[in-house]
Design a protein around this ligand. Structure first.
Ligand code: GTP
Length: 417
């Protein structure tokens, strides 16, 4: 897609040498602090046939029991006929970094005799999450936008050793434009090393043949060799052949590991010689979680949003929106106008409240001043009255006044000798 911002020719950039430390080298730390404070939201979706080890793998990935252990179904229990999608959220913390993790489970996918439309509820679920994000973006107040969009979709492939099933292809074709697809060979401990390698080749060939876009770890030109090598190694493992287990087992050499114990040995989840679990976790959590979030926002959501707005009658040419459908445009203008009015009203209310508060505090202050003055005058009058009363009493009893008072009296001609 062409960029809307005009590119500046490189010659316009003036390179200057700094005379001292300015401080913008600290910007990454500021960003780090801020993101740690805010925490992260990440939503992963797991899709695959029942019993492929989805719940076990999610628990293994995030080292927590998101899914409680399951009770075995009684033999008489009937399988649910519709695809029920459930979402489990958990706040997990590691070294002070908070992650709100949501796992969207799609149990029973592909289990029915007729699986024609089984991808539909899953696509709808992903789109409704985009819808909810778009709705939040359009609100007047956008300070708290909750990101519930699916950032990664782990697609579990049955370890048949053949090639992709029709339903896998159908599902991936429906989803690859809406979500970061990460294909996974489930229960890889049921295949030998050669079988895994062949199966991977066939899966990749099928994916390429059907033009399905799966998530690829991005690489940038200015990255160091180590990062490039890591990205290459991760890419070479796709589709990840994984083994899941949330149990600790004892190895023959006395170690305790997460794994699966068989009569002939132990399959270790965290051992790169045994399966690709470590590489999957590295891609999903350690190295590319932010890339997955970014790609979801910048490409997948953006494309969906453009399509949605186009279908509503809004088109975009290089820099301005122009109308195709006048009704939709009018509606958009009305919404904007209403938002503007609501903002103005809120501002006016705030100014009014401020003015009332100022007036009230002024009134209160002058009331207090008046009260203080009144009290002062009352006290002075009271004092004067008691002095006069005292004087009156002395005159009545015929007692001479104190010299001070006598002199005052004489001066004023009150006393006769
Ligand atoms: P639904 O929620 O019913 O769709 O099942 P699920 O895909 O979540 O599978 P779940 O994690 O419940 O695992 C089903 C069974 O497979 C359990 O008995 C697990 O112990 C077992 N299992 C899980 N992961 C693996 C694995 O990597 N290899 C093997 N051999 N078995 C596994």
């Amino acid at each position: 897609q062409p960029s809307l911002v005009p590119q500046q020719p490189a010659s316009n950039i003036i390179r200057k040498k700094l005379m001292g430390y300015v401080g913008f080298a600290n910007l990454p730390n500021q960003v780090h602090r801020k993101s740690v404070r805010k925490g992260f939201q990440f939503t992963a979706m797991v899709v695959g046939e029942s019993g492929l080890g989805k719940s076990t793998l999610v628990n293994t990935l995030f080292n927590t029991t998101l899914y409680p252990p399951k009770e075995p179904l009684p033999p008489s229990a009937e399988r649910p006929k519709t695809v029920a999608i459930e979402s489990i959220g958990a706040d997990i913390e590691e070294n002070g970094v908070r992650l709100h993790l949501t796992v969207v489970d799609t149990p029973g996918f592909g289990d029915f005799v007729n699986n024609d439309d089984s991808w539909k509820p899953i696509v709808e679920n992903i789109e409704s999450r985009f819808d909810s994000y778009l709705e939040q973006e359009n609100r007047v107040n956008r300070t708290k936008v909750l990101d519930n969009r699916v950032h990664a979709c782990l697609y579990f492939i049955q370890p048949t050793g053949h090639s992709l099933k029709q339903i896998d292809i159908e599902f991936m074709r429906r989803l690859h434009t809406k979500v970061n697809l990460i294909p996974i060979i489930a229960k890889a401990d049921t295949l030998t090393d050669e079988e895994v390698a062949d199966f991977k080749q066939r899966i990749l060939a099928d994916i390429a043949h059907h033009n399905i876009h799966i998530f690829q770890a991005p690489t940038y030109d200015n990255e160091d060799e180590e990062t490039l090598a890591e990205a290459e190694e991760i890419a070479s493992k796709i589709p990840f052949a994984v083994v899941g287990s949330d149990r600790i087992v004892d190895t023959p050499d006395g170690r305790q590991v997460r794994g699966r114990a068989y009569p002939w040995g132990v399959v270790e989840v965290d051992n790169e010689d045994h399966c690709d679990f470590v590489k999957l976790r590295q891609m999903l959590v350690r190295t590319y979680m932010e890339e997955l979030r970014e790609y979801t926002n910048d490409v997948l959501y953006e494309n969906w949003r453009t399509e949605k707005l186009l279908s509503m009658g809004v088109a975009q040419d290089s820099s301005v929106f122009k109308e195709i459908n006048p009704a939709a445009r009018l509606q958009e203008e009305r919404i904007l106008h209403e938002a503007k009015l609501a903002k103005m009203e809120a501002e006016m209310k705030m100014v009014f409240q401020q003015k009332v508060q100022e007036k009230e505090s002024k009134l209160k202050q002058s009331e207090e001043e008046l009260y203080a003055r009144h009290k002062e005058m009352k006290d002075a009058l009271e004092k004067q009255r008691s002095e006069l009363e005292d004087k009156k009493r002395r005159i009545e009893t015929g007692r001479p006044l104190t010299p001070e008072k006598a002199s005052t009296g004489r001066k004023k001609g009150f006393l006769r000798t």
